[in-house]
Ligand binder design. Structure first.
Ligand SMILES: [Zn+2]
Length: 152
C-alpha cells in the first residue's frame, strides 16, 4: 500500500480510500475511513448483486449503500490469519458497529482439535473470544489498529 493510491472516498468523502485498478477503465475502492468497499463494476442494472450476495450475512445486505451514483458499497471484512478479524456486527442498518477480535496461538495440547479439514496440518492460530471489542460506525480504522493491521 502506498500513499499514491489513497484518494478521496466517493462514499464518505474522507481521504483514505485505497484505490486500485481493476481493469483499463474500472477501479476498486477500499476505504480505511468508512470501512466500505466497492468497484466500478458494482453498478445497479449492470452487476449481478443477487449472486454476489448469496454468501453475505444478512447484516451486510442490510447496510450496503450507494454513493449517490449507481455504485453499491458493502462493509469490509478483514481476516488476517495471524492477527485477527474486523467485521460489521449487529442486527440491521440502524443497529450495528465495527467489531475486532484477535487470535492467539493454538497450544501443543490443543493441536488435535485444530486440524485443517482434509489434511494433517493444524491451524496455528485460533480466535480468542475474550478479545472481542466493539467500536462505533465511524471507527473502522480503530478496529483495524486494534488487531494490529498496520503493524508487521
Ligand atoms: Zn469512505
Amino acid at each position: 500500500m502506498t500513499k499514491d493510491n489513497l484518494e478521496t472516498c466517493p462514499k464518505c468523502g474522507g481521504d483514505a480510500c485505497y484505490t486500485t485498478k481493476l481493469n483499463a477503465t474500472a477501479k476498486n475502492y477500499f476505504c480505511f475511513g468508512c470501512g466500505f468497499t466497492s468497484n466500478d463494476l458494482m453498478r445497479i442494472g449492470e452487476f449481478d448483486f443477487e449472486q454476489y450476495e448469496e454468501t453475505l450475512p444478512e447484516l451486510y445486505k442490510d447496510i450496503k449503500v450507494d454513493d449517490g451514483t449507481t455504485r453499491i458499497w458493502y462493509p469490509i471484512v478483514i481476516n488476517i490469519e495471524d492477527k485477527g478479524t474486523v467485521f460489521a456486527k449487529g442486527t440491521n442498518y440502524q443497529n450495528w458497529m465495527w467489531a475486532g477480535i484477535k487470535v492467539k496461538e493454538v497450544s501443543k495440547e490443543e493441536q488435535e482439535k485444530f486440524k485443517v479439514p482434509g489434511s494433517d496440518k493444524v491451524y496455528k492460530y485460533k480466535t480468542d473470544m475474550a478479545t472481542l471489542k466493539e467500536w462505533g460506525q465511524r471507527d473502522f480504522m480503530e478496529a483495524l489498529d486494534y488487531i494490529g493491521f498496520f503493524h508487521n
